[in-house]
Design a protein around this ligand. Structure first.
Ligand SMILES: [Zn+2]
Ligand SMILES: [Zn+2]
Length: 278
């Protein structure tokens, strides 16, 4: 059993990651794109929303839950189960979720695991300024994928839990100098750079040197469009890995448009399957 995956959007403007086992079970990690766009993104890869085995929410920031903050949330519209921590549910309900079907809202706390078809999904606690924030590990028999975005800093426990995955979708949010020199308000800079904010390119690189010894690839996610450059992030992370003799391909996920499919037997030509989101 193997995994394939793609991103529909990866930045502070929206986050949504589609993951599928070779047995056909598919899930979304976060659903932070507008409803119609999410429907079109799924259609463009031949998936009906009703085929999804569930949606897993990392935290309740708008760029991860946009399709819930509407009159009839995406999950309710298509009768889908949603999994999130108690902290995330509380935040989300405070923000208002329209006619959300509460009977399909499930709690998945840090360190808990749930089985959806042939996928095993585990939540891991992370440091971020949102109640109950988690990252997810998705496994299908031999293969493991970690989706790690919105992380202010990493703990030894998190590194130990996520070590040895085959694929990493991993945040490289900002270049520290670009962030410091940007015209952003001081309070925002403090938040982004702080231990409950986001990982810099260097922090991501250091974490990945400890995590990615078995990895087949790394996909850089949630890059700041204002305070990072895709080439720079890729250079910093690839260079740091090469210095510790890790020769792992590093890809960048597009900030606002769908990525190609990746994973076993997936090739870049499949880019043509996707329409570019408006
Ligand atoms: Zn985010
Ligand atoms: Zn966030």
């Amino acid at each position: 059993m193997s995994l394939r995956f793609c991103s529909f959007s990866s930045s502070s403007s929206g986050n949504c990651y589609f993951i599928q086992s070779s047995g056909g079970t598919s899930v979304l990690i976060d659903a932070g794109v507008p409803l119609r766009r999410l429907e079109r993104n799924l259609e463009s890869i031949g998936i009906s929303p009703r085929d999804l085995g569930g949606i897993f929410l990392t935290h309740a920031h708008h760029d991860h839950v946009a399709s819930y903050l509407i009159k009839k949330p995406f999950a309710t519209r298509y009768g889908l189960r949603t999994y999130a921590s108690t902290g995330t549910w509380r935040e989300l309900l405070k923000r208002g979720c329209g006619e959300l079907d509460h009977s399909a809202c499930h709690r998945l706390e840090p360190s808990q695991t749930v089985q959806i078809g042939d996928l095993t999904i585990t939540a891991h606690a992370k440091q971020h300024d949102a109640a109950g924030a988690v990252c997810f590990e998705v496994a299908a028999s031999q293969e493991r994928l970690a989706v790690v975005t919105d992380l202010g800093c990493y703990t030894e426990e998190l590194l130990a839990a996520l070590s040895g995955c085959h694929y990493y979708i991993f945040e490289a949010n900002h270049d520290v100098q670009m962030e410091e020199r940007s015209a952003r308000p001081w309070s925002l800079k403090q938040r982004v750079l702080g231990p409950q904010g986001h990982l810099s390119n260097e922090q991501a690189a250091q974490a990945l040197t400890q995590l990615a010894g078995q990895a087949k690839g790394i996909w850089l996610a949630h890059l700041s469009e204002e305070c990072n450059c895709p080439d720079l992030a890729n250079r910093v992370i690839s260079g740091t890995l090469q210095r510790v003799n890790l020769d792992i391909p590093v890809y960048n996920l597009p900030a606002r448009s769908p990525s190609p499919f990746y994973g076993k037997d997936c090739r870049l030509e499949q880019l043509t399957l996707f329409e570019i989101a408006p």
